[in-house]
Design a protein around this ligand. Sequence first.
Ligand SMILES: Nc1ncnc2c1ncn2[C@@H]1O[C@H](COP(=O)(O)OP(=O)(O)O)[C@@H](O)[C@H]1O
Ligand SMILES: O=c1ccn([C@@H]2O[C@H](COP(=O)(O)OP(=O)(O)O)[C@@H](O)[C@H]2O)c(=O)[nH]1
Length: 214
Amino acid sequence: MPPTFDNRKIMVIYVLGGPGAGKGTQCGRLVEDFGFCHLSAGDLLRAEQNREGSNYGDLIRTCIREGNIVPMEVTVKLLQNAMEATLKEGRPGDGWANGKGRFLVDGFPRKMDQALKFDEEVCLASMVVFFQTTEEVMLKRLLKRGETSGREDDNVESIKKRFHTYKDQTMPVIHYYAKQGKVAEIDSTASVEVVHKEASTLVKKLFAAQGTPA
Ligand SMILES: Nc1ncnc2c1ncn2[C@@H]1O[C@H](COP(=O)(O)OP(=O)(O)O)[C@@H](O)[C@H]1O
Ligand SMILES: O=c1ccn([C@@H]2O[C@H](COP(=O)(O)OP(=O)(O)O)[C@@H](O)[C@H]2O)c(=O)[nH]1
């Protein structure tokens, strides 16, 4: 089966990094700069978990609390549906009309099976932006976020499990795309502003290389 989306019309950038590395924050800033559609796999899963009538609520809740990866079929379908809905809506004037669009896919793929399935059945990513910092920094940020996020996984026990899953399952994905020359690494230890400048420069370079207007 050919991929659902045509890479001549769709640009996808994967945004990866450990839990609390700053993926969501930086995606928000890049949306302001470039008008991307920001799709957070974690947010889509949490919305599905809370959707009345969902068959996956309990499965997603348990996986998230335990820091495990939800079976790929669920997440890939949610992303695919969200992309289709966005493209159908269209946002003329923002590079979205006529089935064209650009997406920041945040926190995905975090396991090899997801990466292979999305590449094969949905579309290829142009680049992986990889936010890298220490576990110490991530732990501190997540505990602070946990004071207000209401997230069931922003506690020490779940965070430790998420770190383990990240090293065990997600780092191989980053190595896989690095071998394809697609990974751009950014040290996200610095302030939001400093990290944002670097991320923004990277995206501009990608647009220039692809002949896409910023
Ligand atoms: N560069 C930064 N410096 C300090 N705090 C940050 C920075 N980037 C993000 N944060 C904060 O750290 C927490 C985790 O960031 P978030 O973007 O949610 O990470 P992720 O999506 O990678 O889990 C949030 O509370 C956010 O406000
Ligand atoms: O493709 C994905 C993305 C997220 N998750 C689950 O959602 C949780 C939270 O992910 P999110 O990206 O929202 O937060 P982060 O851990 O990066 O802070 C993860 O620990 C996983 O349990 C998943 O199963 N598959």
